[in-house]
Design a protein around this ligand. Structure first.
Ligand SMILES: [Zn+2]
Ligand SMILES: [Zn+2]
Length: 237
């Protein structure tokens, strides 16, 4: 028994992390093993502006939608497709208090995207806000946790520059037009003086239609931001 627990301790010291997906010891100091990491739904060819997946082998820079009606944000940095098992990890992070899943996804983002910042590094990270009621229910804002992690790793300050004014739980089931109107009223910018002339990155977990990101980027631009990018974990196809 004594020997066994000693073995166990030695084993845990060698492999301190278990893979969140297959539960086997991870060999790389991350909460995911190499085999599971390779198989994640990495984003292949995608639109440089909104990260929408493009057909494999496509050399297009923008998707048709961004060419016709460009969104208010300049660029989206996103490493993954919102697909199995990333959807499950994000769901665990957002709705079940599994902060380790969020920390892992944040780390994967850094590994995949920090080299793509090049000369276009933003000056401030702005988490997409939650309405206070939802934040209170959940106990945290997942976008804020990601922004904190990336802010510490990249030494770029984080600023809660916006707040969600209304309870927009009823977005589903609305027409695109109603949705846009709803979103236009949904956000308010706090301290516009601290974003004036600045290049910002809006941080969120998932980019779905891009409507929320577009509305928020438009409001921040109207309040004086010079450029707004989107940083997120996963893009829905
Ligand atoms: Zn694994
Ligand atoms: Zn696009």
């Amino acid at each position: 028994m004594v020997n066994r627990s000693r073995w166990r301790r030695a084993f845990d010291a060698l492999f301190p992390y278990a893979c969140l997906l297959c539960q086997l010891p991870s060999e790389n100091n991350k909460a995911i093993c190499d085999a599971c990491e390779v198989e994640l739904p990495w984003l292949g060819a995608h639109c440089q502006q909104c990260a929408l997946p493009l057909p494999p082998g496509s050399t297009a820079i923008h998707c048709g939608k961004c060419l016709q009606r460009p969104p208010a944000f300049a660029r989206c940095l996103c490493p993954l497709r919102y697909d199995f098992p990333v959807g499950g990890l994000i769901n665990q992070f957002k709705h079940h208090g599994q902060l380790a899943a969020g920390a892992l996804l944040g780390e994967l983002w850094l590994e995949a995207c920090r080299d793509r910042l090049e000369a276009a590094e933003p000056e401030l990270l702005v988490p997409v806000p939650l309405h206070w009621r939802r934040r209170w229910q959940r106990g945290y804002n997942q976008a804020e946790l990601l922004a904190e992690q990336w802010s510490a790793a990249l030494k770029i300050p984080m600023l809660r520059a916006a707040k969600r004014r209304q309870w927009t739980s009823a977005q589903q089931g609305l027409s695109a037009n109603q949705r846009r109107q709803n979103l236009r009223k949904a956000f308010a910018v706090l301290q516009p003086e601290s974003i004036a002339g600045k290049h910002l990155a809006l941080v969120d977990d998932v980019l779905t239609t891009g409507a929320t990101a577009h509305s928020l980027a438009a409001i921040l631009t109207r309040c004086g931001a010079r450029r707004v990018d989107i940083w997120c974990l996963a893009r829905t196809p």
